[in-house]
Structure formats: C-alpha cells, structure tokens
Design a protein around this ligand. Sequence first.
Ligand SMILES: [Zn+2]
Length: 196
Amino acid sequence: MRTNCVKMDVDNSCKIPFRGLKPGVYTYDFQVGDALFEMFENAEIQHGNCHVRVELRRLESMLDMEVQILGSVTAPCDRCLEDCEIPVAFEGNLVVKFSDEVREYDGEVMWLSPADDEVDLTQYVYESIILSLPYQRVHSEGGCDAEMMRRFRIVSSEELDALEAKAEEPSTLSSESRDRLAELRRKMEGGDDKNN
Ligand SMILES: [Zn+2]
C-alpha cells in the first residue's frame, strides 16, 4: 500500500485516470466552480465553489472511493429572493466495477467497461452537491435583503385589490403573477408568520 497525493486544478471536470495504478490508496483533489454549474444548466444554481477530495482505494478488480465535498453554492433565498450562499458538506462512498455488459449506475456502483482507463466523477460530484442542499434555502437570521423585505411588506390593501381586479381577466396575468398574488395575500392575512 502506498499513498500518492495528486493535486489537480481542473475547474469543470473530475476525472481520475486509473490505468496502470497499482493496488493501494490514492488521494485526488479537485476544485469545482461556476463552470461545473453552467455545464448542467440548473436554473437556480449557477454559482458555487467546492473542494472535492477523493480517496481512491485501488483493488484488483474494482475501485472503492470515499468522496468528500466541502464548499458552498449560491441560490436565490426563499424569503427575500436575493442571492444566498448555502454551505455544502457531503460525504459519500462510490464503488466502480467493470463489466462488458452495459449496466446502469444505481447510486452505489458505477459500471465501466474493462477498456476504460479513467473514471469521470463530474456528474456524480454535481448531483451529490445538489442532493446535499437543504430543502429550504434562506439567509441566516437577519441576513435577508432589507430593501427586498420592505418591498414585500408595504403592499397596501389598495394595491392588492388592483392586482386582484387584474386577475379577473385571465389573459393579463401570468401564472407567475398569480403565484405572487397568492403569496402576497397570504402575507397580508398572516403577517409574515411563515408558520401560518
Ligand atoms: Zn434572504
């Protein structure tokens, strides 16, 4: 067994060439940034910066990888809609096996052809980041954009009536506006109490 530390500065892909690796444990580091998120075209998450560490155990017939991802991504805040930095902390295990048959990746075992000489973890890393994010994405207490929050609060009942009158004419209001109207109404009725 020997440990070999390889530092890589690849911004948009995480590929590990394993051809010729003797059995042992190897560590790979990747830095992923905006290019990764642009590649997968997620409307909500377009920016991020994460460090990926892969500890690869090369066995005779398979690769066993411990993957750790630490960093953050930027997404719109659910409360004030301004950009909000969300921490990312992921740890997972991924096994790579080899087969001539084409087999689906089932979330635990990734299958490669015996002819392959590198494993591409780019999609795995991207999906792991997205899946690790909390369902609710909000600024920490007091961190919301004050101006945006004020704008949401000052809607008067006259303005609400005007919006509702518009809503009577179906063609003039997009479903987006409809959703916003429902949201405003909820806020007017229940204050800004999200437990309402
Ligand atoms: Zn916020």
